[in-house]
Design a protein around this ligand. Sequence first.
Ligand code: MEV
Length: 436
Amino acid sequence: MSTPISGFSKLSKSQKISWLAENYFNDAQAGIRVLQQYWNSDQKLQQLHDEFIENTISNYYLPLGVAPNFTINGKMYAIPMAIEESSVVAAASNAAKFWLDKGGFKAKVIQSVKNGQVHLNFYGDSKRLEAFFNEVKPILLADCESITTNMRKRGGGILDLELRNKTQELAGYYQLHATFETLDAMGANFINSCLEQFASSLLREAAKSTLITEEDRLEVVMSILSNYVPECIVRAEVSCPVNELAQAGMSGQEFATKFARAVQIAQTEVRRAVTHNKGIMNGIDAVVLATGNDFRAVEAGVHAYASKDGHYRSLTHAAVSDGVFRFWIEIPLAIGTVGGLTKLHPLVKLCFEMLGNPGAKELMQIMAVAGLALNFAALRSLTTTGIQKGHMKMHLMNILNQLEATPQEKEAAIEHFKANTVSHAAAVSFLESLRP
Ligand code: MEV
């Protein structure tokens, strides 16, 4: 066990690595070599990455793939996806192709309102707090004017500020609930700056007001945006006549009915819903990452939305009626196309270029479509061939790499497993059969 270290962040990168190697690596030199393998030879680019976070020791790569042939609202996209799971990009591409000649995907942003709260303690008469809030609300908003100038110029800003009495849920708990339009920005810094200004203005005004007394114990607990954004919603859908869904060995009606049943199960059963939604997030997270957005924020918000009625459910819906199959998703996505990493990270910048430099609303649509596409691909496999066939085919390369297969062995294995079931054991015995 190493002893605690102080002032670690002040050490140089190589000092940090030496300390790590000395204390935590089994083979110091081998460990250092691995870290260095991932350094970028372009010093400037490496420095950019070093400065994204504290204590950077190397870069952590994920593959960046692309799923072409997505038609969304009549426009063709090649969607960049950053993800490590072997079958996701292939599944996205398959789903895009499948819907290409069936009208493609339609998507629209239903609402784009973000929110945040100043969380307060107040133990006096709620009527007095309400009267005080109504009196100072214009002052609180005016105090934010310098923060909101640029956003207002572009058509966004603070939409509303209200006092919410939460004492039924927690004694003495109130909040200033603020709503915002942040346009193409995810808006986290903007929202948090406004909230912190509301908080300090509120306390300043309270100190001067006769409506608030010491005994009320008015206190700001914290001020922070919410990653739960049920008023920032995008919808994506596909539809086609049922007969166009005929699959190998299944009529269109049979496939549509079984597919819709799978969605119903995910609407009902939490154990299935979580996996179902995980598959949706395979698509969404990959685009969120490729575009430099905050996948933790998106994940947290999406899963909370999945349980908005108190029961965790599928984020997608399916219906079969009058000979038409419809499949859609409605999800909250608070993302940005300006600020953060968007203009800073060269690959992220290129991903935006690939997408035609969309604004936030268009990017919300692209992400929702990626989620719907992945869910379609997963349910299509699950209700027909089973998931492992396609999944293991894509995973084959990982197994072969693990077994240190040569390029010739890989080629032979790919050919062999076109007609045979992939498993780790089957790959081992196939390679053994090739090796002298
Ligand atoms: C695997 O990453 C995702 C799936 O499990 C999703 C699903 O079950 O719907 C295939």
